[in-house]
Write a protein that binds this ligand. Structure first.
Ligand code: AKB
Length: 308
């Protein structure tokens, strides 16, 4: 990785990944693009615009693309046709660009790539994938396309199936796991949170420093050790809203939670696994998360306290 382009760089994962990659590889070598770029970033890029994407790649001799631009699960379910357009036409443009310019690619898949027929506990790396959401359908199709471009054209396309991501720096938007971030802001501000998922909705989650570390470790892993290469299950913790609230109450004793279930997001969450098996990632490229539930909650609250 010498010259890196990030799409969707203003998003939750993108903004922190951009900062980490710039620290590690030099600001002059990391180019951040987004449909709505941050005020100090020059590249407004809609990933459906192939000529514009290619211009950036050619101008800066890009050799690696982190393709993060996508609509997330809840918003994709409200606008499925637009989600297919952005998520799939964006990805095929990026894959074609990688083929033409011999770039490596990071593509984030998700727990959404699974469906109700998948084993929900200890979800295997290789298992049945019949998602029922548009976001999940895009993710499975994306995983297959990445594998195809590797086998057919030799594009070094790698990726992870991320769980819900939790960060103290940038808020997510349009996802089903967003509650696990919103809850911290509400706890700090009003000591109360109205949760849109049921109390017992168990899902895999990960703290942002681990999510960034996973992406960079995978992209720099020795290719010879990768049997899967793409769509690795990765998780760091698995909890319900009730368990997260109980952990927050250890730090903020007066904190309360109520449940006002949103049927759309609840149905999405109910179709996802509760806890994935990520032994392939551990064995093939040394995945080791640093943050479990107690450490993540402590760090989140400390960071939010210092920024408010
Ligand atoms: C979402 O909730 O849509 C995302 C995801 C699990 O991919 N955070």
């Amino acid at each position: 990785m010498k010259k890196i382009l990030i799409t969707g760089a203003a998003g939750q994962l993108g903004s922190e990944l951009t900062a980490t990659l710039r620290n590690r590889y030099g600001s002059e070598n990391v180019f951040a693009s987004d449909k709505k770029p941050a005020p100090d970033e020059p590249y407004g890029l809609d990933v459906r615009d192939m000529p514009a994407l290619n211009r950036i790649v050619e101008t800066h001799n890009i050799d690696t693309i982190f393709h993060l631009a996508a609509l997330l699960s809840a918003v994709a379910e409200q606008t499925p046709q637009q989600a297919w357009d952005i998520n799939m036409n964006g990805l095929i443009n990026v894959l074609e660009t990688c083929r033409l310019h011999r770039c490596a690619l990071f593509f984030p898949s998700s727990i959404a790539a699974f469906g109700t027929e998948t084993p929900a506990i200890d979800t295997p790396q290789d298992t049945i994938q019949r998602p029922t959401t548009m976001y999940g359908i895009c993710k499975v199709s994306g995983e297959l396309l990445c594998d195809y471009y590797y086998r057919r054209f030799g594009v070094d396309a790698r990726g992870l199936r991320y769980p819900g991501l939790i960060s103290s720096k940038t808020k997510p938007g349009g996802g089903t796991t967003d509650y696990a971030v919103d809850i911290f802001y509400a706890a700090q501000k009003s000591r109360h949170y109205d949760c849109f998922l049921r109390a017992d909705t168990q899902l895999d989650m990960m703290y942002m420093p681990d999510a960034i570390d996973a992406a960079i470790t995978l992209m720099t892993a020795d290719s010879a050790h990768l049997k899967h290469r793409n769509a690795f299950n990765v998780t760091a913790m698995s909890f319900t809203p009730q368990q997260l609230a109980a952990e927050i109450q250890k730090h903020i004793p007066g904190f309360t939670i109520a449940y006002h279930v949103d049927p759309l997001r609840q149905a999405i969450a109910d179709s996802w696994p509760k806890h994935m098996n990520d032994s392939a990632a551990k064995a093939e490229w040394g995945w080791r998360p640093r943050f479990g539930l107690p450490a993540m909650v402590e760090d989140m609250l400390e960071n939010l306290r210092s920024t408010q």
